[in-house]
Structure formats: structure tokens, C-alpha cells
Design a binder for this molecule. Structure first.
Ligand code: SIN
Length: 287
């Protein structure tokens, strides 16, 4: 049976004793899935996976998304979204600035992602050997639970608009992104989601607004909506809700997009290389 070791933070657990390149029996897989729901972020160190094995393990959870930024997908593998600062033949091999702002994946779609499976191929280090390019994860169940009652009452039955364009165009470190194509725009109209969503598996309430993509709360004057959202964004990333993952090459980490948000730490630059590959699970409409 897998050995599950919570990080001691509000979320996150390491699972030991599993080789994800090997077929897993149903009982072991169920233990992993339950651990994901309970700990919201789980990770396995020292994995050696081919792209086919990464995809095959991901498919145990269900259907996979094909990212709308096709220019950032691994050649020959439309299911794998590449997050990297590496340039090959004069071109970035993936998205260079994913996770600049707190967000959950595909929160801007009517049906956001259930979870993401992130495999660390290359991790940057400083001169002393300390890993760089950590990722921060925040528990949205912990954040919702800790919200003052007065704010909960104000927003519990509200919906908020998420906008892909807001997140896509805002100040980008690596310079401007290519303008969205008509096809990308057609796939990403603004959508509304509940400010508090019920987790589809655990049924726990989760705060579901994020600074990356949430633009406003309809039905409120814009200045009040801005004020409330600022309060919620600031609250969501309080240190007591956060686990900071320091990567090692070979880490395979899964986060739950209903109960967490994440943000990347950009404290490295070429020639320090960072190369990560992500599959993205199809989710269900928030309620
Ligand atoms: C992401 O936001 O999907 C990427 C996070 C990271 O690169 O650490």
C-alpha cells in the first residue's frame, strides 16, 4: 500500500512506494485518488515516465483536455502542455510564463479542469544547488472555511465572471503573447461561476475566484465588486493556506483545480532551464 505523508501545511502530501510507470491495480489507484481529494495536492518523487506513461496514468482519472494554446503542446502529444523557459531553434518550446498570477486551470471555461498532473523534467538551481522555480499552492477549502461570516454571507450565493482574455493579456514577464486567434476567442467567452463552489467529490465548500481570471461580480456596483474581489484574492493566498513545492527533477505532482489555486515563482532565468509537462483533466461544471 502507498505510504502517504502529509506535508504539514494546509494541503499537500507525498506518496511513497509507487512507480507510476507501472500499471496500478484498482485498489492502489483508488487510494491515490482518495489522497488527492483529501490532501488536494499529492506528489511522487523520483519518477521516470515516457510521455505515453504520463498520459496513460492521467487517463486513469478520466478524460484529458487538449489545451487551446496548441503552440505550447509537446509535438506529437496534444494532451501534453509544456511549461518551460527553454528556447529551441529560436522558438519557445512551451509557455514561458504560466502561473504568473494565482489561478486554477481552465477556471475561465464553463467546465473548468478537475485537476492537473505536472511532471518535472528539468529544474533550475542557483549556484549553491538550491532548486529555483518553486510552485505555491493554496487550499481553497481552508480559505473558504476561514473567511469571516460576514463576507461569506455577502458572497455565498453570488456568481463571478471569469475572463480568459484578462489573464492572457495582463502584464507578462516574457513580453507580449501572440494575439488570441478568432478560434481561441470563440472557445473562451466570458463565463460565470459560483463564488463558492461545492467540491464535486468531497462536497466541501471551496472559494472559487482567482486573481488571474476573475473579473467582477455581476449585480454589484463595480467599485464594490472590485473591493470584495480584492479582499477575496488577498485572503485566498494567506500563508496559512499555502504549501510551497520545491521541485526535484522526476517529481510528478497532481493538484485539484476545484479545491486549490497555484502560482509559479519566477526566480530563475536562462541558462537555468526549467522544463515541466502537464496533462489536464476534464472536470464538471461548478455548482
Ligand atoms: C501552471 O500554472 O500551470 C504552471 C505552474 C508552474 O509552472 O509552476
Amino acid at each position: 500500500m502507498p505510504d502517504i505523508r502529509p506535508t504539514g501545511a494546509a494541503l499537500g502530501a507525498e506518496i511513497r512506494g509507487i512507480d507510476l510507470s507501472q500499471p496500478l491495480d484498482d485498489a492502489t489507484f483508488r487510494t491515490i485518488e482518495d489522497a488527492l481529494h483529501e490532501h488536494e495536492v499529492i506528489f511522487f518523487r523520483g519518477q521516470k515516465l515516457t510521455p505515453e506513461q504520463h498520459i496513460a496514468f492521467s487517463r486513469r482519472f478520466g478524460e484529458l483536455e487538449l489545451h487551446l494554446r496548441k503552440d505550447c503542446c509537446k509535438p506529437g502529444y496534444p494532451e501534453i502542455f509544456v511549461v518551460s523557459n527553454v528556447i529551441e531553434n529560436g522558438k519557445p518550446i512551451g509557455t514561458q510564463d504560466a502561473g504568473l498570477f494565482w489561478h486554477s486551470d481552465l477556471a475561465y471555461m464553463a467546465v473548468p479542469s478537475r485537476g492537473s498532473l505536472f511532471y518535472a523534467h528539468e529544474v533550475p538551481h542557483d549556484d549553491s544547488g538550491k532548486p529555483l522555480g518553486d510552485t505555491l499552492f493554496a487550499s481553497m477549502t481552508a480559505a473558504w472555511t476561514a473567511l469571516p461570516e460576514e463576507i461569506k454571507r455577502k458572497v455565498a450565493d453570488r456568481r463571478a465572471v471569469t475572463s480568459y482574455a484578462k489573464g492572457y493579456y495582463r502584464d507578462r514577464k516574457s513580453g507580449p503573447r501572440p494575439p488570441l486567434t478568432e478560434a481561441q476567442k470563440a472557445r473562451t467567452p466570458d463565463v460565470e461561476h459560483p463564488v463558492m463552489r461545492t467540491h464535486p467529490y468531497t462536497k466541501k465548500p471551496c472559494l472559487f475566484v482567482n486573481e488571474g481570471y476573475t473579473s467582477h461580480i455581476p449585480g454589484l456596483p463595480r467599485d464594490e465588486s472590485d473591493r470584495i474581489l480584492e479582499t477575496l484574492f488577498e485572503h485566498a493566498s494567506r500563508p496559512e493556506f499555502v504549501y510551497r513545492h520545491q521541485w526535484q527533477a522526476g517529481d510528478f505532482l497532481i493538484w485539484d483545480n476545484a479545491s486549490t489555486q497555484h502560482r509559479a515563482v519566477f526566480d530563475y532565468a536562462l541558462p537555468q532551464r526549467r522544463r515541466m509537462e502537464r496533462t489536464t483533466l476534464t472536470g464538471t461544471a461548478p455548482f
